[in-house]
Design a protein around this ligand. Structure first.
Ligand code: SF4
Length: 329
């Protein structure tokens, strides 16, 4: 098996003195070597919490993995001591955030910042690290001679290229990109995505792409997981999600209609209503308040996950005809 990451029945909570927020509820997913998974859903659905859990970066004393495992390269990340986690972060697993300035230090040249990442991990000599800086800048389409410049001397798109260079500097096997192009204008977005697509094929890096944009999913992803209220409610290959006829009512709502792979530029459609409060989750299907097809059972009983080959759907409508069922209990 070429599985790189396997998340099994993961639940994550945020706890304050009075309240428990159920941010991730019983999520399972797998990513193979070189594969890209698109994580799609509204803000607050649990996508970023999932990413932070994989990075071992949940806010200390507040964020807590309460159940399940995150197995990366055969090891459960949740059980690793902090020094081991630190070794993984930035070398084997790295993350790109929405706003490049979260990751860049305005007071340091680009060269110095990338060197720092390299020297924390495997490049100990200055010469090796410096050569690697040139190499990685070239890879992301920046003239190595610009390495002596500071972040403010770069445009938004170029800054994000620097961030991508930093993230890829140590050749991670898994890259998590949290809406990496949302802050950029449309033409630059397309250039950065084309570059990421190219790099992922060249370097065979596995990737989790967190996004609101279904066009990005169609362009760059092999698999898709649709997330709602901390749960994966539909999962499959890009073809399963964009063509196939069976979909979770939430997915249908998101795509504005039945998804269509030929219309690649669609953004998520707003669906009337709000996601439930994660501190007070409803019984039954979490989507029942907003679902046009809700039935009596939906208010009472949490749906199982129905599996059709590579495609799975968590909804009572699919109770008949699936090849397999994953129950939640
Ligand atoms: Fe709608 Fe019921 Fe399916 Fe939930 S389980 S999505 S409420 S039909």
């Amino acid at each position: 098996e070429n599985e790189l990451l396997k998340i099994k029945n993961l639940s994550v909570e945020y706890r304050t003195d009075e309240t428990v927020y159920h941010a991730v509820n019983n999520m399972s997913l797998e990513i193979g070597q070189g594969e890209t998974l698109g994580l799609v859903g509204e803000t607050g659905a649990g996508k970023t919490t999932l990413a932070l859990s994989i990075m071992g970066l949940l806010p200390k004393d507040i964020g807590l993995v309460t159940e399940g495992e995150i197995v990366f390269n055969q090891r459960d990340i949740c059980k690793l001591p902090e020094p081991e986690l630190q070794k993984l972060r930035g070398s084997k697993i790295s993350m790109i955030f929405q706003d490049p300035m979260t990751s860049l230090n305005p007071l340091m040249t680009v060269e110095k910042q990338i060197m720092e990442v390299l020297q924390v991990h495997n490049y100990h000599s200055n010469e090796d690290a410096s050569n690697r800086v040139d190499e990685i800048l070239q890879l992301v389409g920046i003239q190595p001679s610009r390495k002596v410049e500071y972040p403010h001397q770069f445009s938004g798109g170029m800054k994000q290229r620097v961030v991508i260079a930093m993230a890829l500097a140590c050749e991670p096997t898994l890259l998590i990109a949290d809406e990496p192009t949302t802050a950029l204008d449309v033409t630059i977005q397309a250039q950065i995505l084309a570059m990421m697509n190219d790099l992922k094929q060249k370097l065979q890096t596995s990737m989790i792409m967190i996004t609101h944009d279904l066009g990005i999913v169609a362009m760059i992803c092999d698999k898709v997981a649709i997330v709602y209220s901390g749960e994966i409610i539909e999962k499959g290959t890009v073809e399963d999600i964009y063509s196939g006829s069976n979909h979770h009512p939430y997915t249908v709502g998101l795509f504005g209609s039945i998804p269509d792979l030929t219309k690649k530029t669609k953004r998520l459609s707003p669906i009337a209503g709000l996601m439930p409060d994660s501190a007070d989750l409803p019984k039954g299907c979490k989507f029942h308040d907003r679902c046009p097809q809700a039935m009596e059972i939906c208010r009472k009983q949490e749906p199982d996950i129905y599996i059709y080959g590579t495609h799975s759907i968590k909804c009572h409508l699919y109770a008949e005809g699936s090849e397999n069922i994953e129950t939640n209990y």
